[in-house]
Design a protein around this ligand. Structure first.
Ligand code: NAD
Length: 313
């Protein structure tokens, strides 16, 4: 049984990590959040210690490390806001634990280089949650693409509209410096999945970029991709909205729909199983997606010529 600590325990995604720790037969021994609305811990690990101050958490983790004898923290799960991930991963590794970090791993590619250095210094490892890589529909698509003729390029349309209320732009998620903006915070799942399935990134154009929506064109070895992301409910197609839906997800490859909505929420436990078996996705596996989002944040807007997503026109 491995000992876990968790940073960002009061947030939206933390319970999925608590569930994954429990479902893989392990123990959460310490948790940190600057917000103390963490009653959810009782549903999973009522004996866990909880801290609202980093320094007290650090002291406790260090005490457990010095005690040894099975008490030390083996893994630190990181569910804090995106811009804090690299600092929290450094803490984990220096504390003698491996890290399991939420997406996006970091905001900029050079942060990965710094973390690789600390991995070498400490001999500990960073694992990341890239859960779409573990989704059966995406694994099947990857196999189909791998079996296609060498010169085949798929035409892919990716549309992801996930409505958020007014709170979104008031929170860290709406602050570019903290979340990286919509393409980094939400799109990174998809850019990683596209690279995983379709190979090397060859072109990256941005057609639209605002706090609530973004669109562009990505080309990979095996695909041309027109993408559109939004958190604005008004972008949901009228017929879907009329049916009361606030989310609209569609991915097509050569016009054929890829159904990946189901099973999205259970993939944290699958990710943990893989990590615990030594098959986690490491720092380098995140590089292309992080390069993609860093470019999207800084790119000039391209004119609407050639391939562009129909929702931006
Ligand atoms: P959230 O705002 O609900 O939770 C973040 C938590 O971190 C909050 O409780 C906050 O108080 C805490 N926090 C902030 N600063 C802190 C600090 N310095 N020390 C300790 N705790 C601190 O956000 P969320 O939606 O849970 O997202 C957390 C992370 O998970 C983000 O990186 C996000 O991108 C990622 N995420 C992943 C998925 C997925 O499907 N894999 C889904 C949602 C979010």
């Amino acid at each position: 049984m491995k000992n876990f600590a968790l940073i960002g325990a009061a947030g939206y995604i933390a319970p999925r990590h608590m569930k994954a720790i429990r479902e893989t037969g392990n123990n959460l021994v310490a948790a940190l959040d600057k917000n103390d609305s963490v009653g959810i811990i009782d549903s999973h690990f009522p004996d866990a210690d909880f801290f609202t101050e980093f320094e007290r958490f650090d002291r406790h983790v260090d005490k457990l490390r010095r005690q040894g004898d099975g008490k030390q923290i083996d893994y630190v799960a990181i569910c804090s806001p995106n811009y804090l991930h690299d600092s929290h991963m450094r803490f984990a590794l220096r504390a003698g634990a491996d890290a399991i970090c939420e997406k996006p791993l970091v905001l900029n590619p050079w942060n990965i280089d710094g973390l690789q250095e600390i991995e070498r210094e400490t001999g500990r490892r960073v694992n990341t949650i890239l859960q779409l890589r573990l989704h059966p529909a995406i694994i099947a698509l990857k196999a189909k693409v791998a079996a296609s003729p060498a010169d085949k390029k798929f035409d892919v349309d990716l549309t992801y509209i996930t409505s958020r209320g007014h709170w979104y732009l008031q929170s860290w998620k709406g602050d570019d410096k903290k979340s990286g903006g919509i393409s980094t915070n939400i799109g990174v799942h998809f850019y990683d999945m596209l690279h995983f399935v379709f190979g090397k990134l060859q072109d990256n154009k941005v057609h639209y970029n605002s706090p609530t929506k973004a669109a562009g064109y990505l080309e990979y070895e095996k695909a041309r991709v027109r993408w559109f992301l939004s958190v604005d409910v008004n972008d949901i197609p009228a017929d879907v909205r009329a049916a009361g839906q606030r989310t609209y997800r569609a991915i097509t490859a050569d016009g054929e729909s890829i159904e990946f909505s189901d099973g999205f929420t259970d993939l944290h436990t699958v990710s943990y199983r893989e990590i615990l078996a030594g098959r986690g996705f490491g720092l380098e596996e995140n590089r292309v997606a992080i390069e993609t989002v860093a470019h999207i944040r800084s790119a000039a807007i391209s004119p609407l010529t050639g391939d562009y997503h129909p929702f931006v026109a």
